[in-house]
Design a protein around this ligand. Structure first.
Ligand SMILES: [Mn+2]
Length: 349
């Protein structure tokens, strides 16, 4: 197990469950949106002292080369400059024997001991005030009295958040470990609870990827701490699509579908005439969802991708950055020390 010098005061940027490498070809554009957002967030929070990817960064052990390349380049901003500590946890989706992840070659190439990128397997890392561990099944991490850390972050399943009968550790068990706060990947929904005096947070997915993520707003978590206190907040993206399932009866109005990935279930006691379906299709298209499907009683499905506002919105945000910063990373870092970078915070709350 590696050990790092403690950071008595700091700011950690936590991302989780990015699930890059979507298999549904209709939704593959979402992968690029996630990477655009990761790029933006790393730039926006260049003052973070620590970056943690809490696992399932990739949807499977094999990541498409173009995505892996972009992910490495994005993380390289922080790793090659030796300015940050990046910790990439191995999740249940991407690990081979929980020791190797798609990012492994990158991490081997950038590892510089105290700084650079570090892979966190089921063997854990002590980087005070955090104790971190990748996916290790339902095994509890060691208690705070053993690790000497205030916080635990890991890729771990919580039974209380799942349907009854599911496997996982309990909130009681987690709270009993004696950590001040716990930050978890795996459960894609963001959650924040005070359980028996321990704050247990599910970071939530950084980029919704499937219908499993229905109604979840994608985002990330910032943790700021000093010797006595800590604060955690989740920031959700306005510009990343939300998966929605909408049930309506023929004749009903549609809810707001702008920039959503949506399944519309259209029902009627009678067979639905094709003009009616076409009319709904036109009305849905008008609302500019990212992607939609219309399902009807007789199981016919109409699918369409509307070219979306989300990528244009993100592109516009990226274009606000000083020119050259997108490619000349060294320049970005020297600029960031000396000048204020225009950030429109209101878009990000
Ligand atoms: Mn996951």
């Amino acid at each position: 197990m590696n050990a790092f010098y403690p950071q008595l005061i700091g700011k950690a940027l936590l991302v989780s469950d990015m699930h890059l490498g979507i298999s549904d070809p209709n939704l593959r554009d979402l992968d690029n949106l996630k990477l655009d957002n990761l790029d933006l967030v790393l730039r926006r929070h260049f003052d973070a002292t620590m970056i943690q990817d809490l696992g399932d960064g990739a949807d499977s052990r094999i990541l498409r080369p173009e995505l892996l390349e972009r992910l490495c380049k994005t993380y390289a901003q922080i790793a090659y400059h030796g300015m940050k500590r990046l910790f990439v946890l191995v999740g249940n989706h991407e690990g081979t024997k929980r020791e190797i992840a798609p990012l492994s070659p990158f991490i081997i190439g950038t590892k510089t001991g105290e700084y650079g990128a570090n892979l966190v397997t089921d063997e854990s890392i002590i980087a005070p005030p955090f104790f971190m561990r990748g996916w290790a099944g339902d095994i509890l991490p060691p208690p705070a009295s053993v690790t000497g850390c205030r916080f635990f972050s890991g890729h771990l399943r919580v039974r209380d958040w799942l349907p009854s009968g599911a496997k996982g550790v309990t909130l009681d068990e987690l709270a009993g470990l004696g950590y001040e706060a716990i930050f978890l990947g795996d459960f894609h929904k963001p959650v924040s609870v005070n359980h028996n005096g321990c704050h247990i947070h599910s970071v939530g997915t950084f980029g919704a990827s499937s219908w499993r993520d229905t109604d979840i707003r994608s985002g990330y978590v910032l943790v700021m701490w000093d010797e006595d206190t800590y604060e955690a907040k989740r920031i959700a993206f306005d510009s990343y699509p939300v998966f929605k399932k909408v049930k309506i009866n023929v004749g009903d109005d549609l809810p707001d579908l702008h920039n959503s990935v949506v399944r519309v279930f259209l029902s009627s006691p009678e067979p639905i005439p094709s003009e009616v379906i076409e009319d709904y299709k036109a009305r849905i298209t008008e609302q500019k969802p990212f992607y939609f499907e219309i399902h009807t009683n007789d199981t016919s499905i109409i699918q369409d991708t509307v070219h979306t506002d989300a990528d244009r919105q993100i592109e516009a945000e990226i274009n606000q950055w000083p020119s050259g910063s997108r490619t000349l990373l060294g320049q970005f870092f020297s600029e960031s020390k000396s000048q204020q970078i225009p950030i429109n915070w209101s878009d990000w709350r």
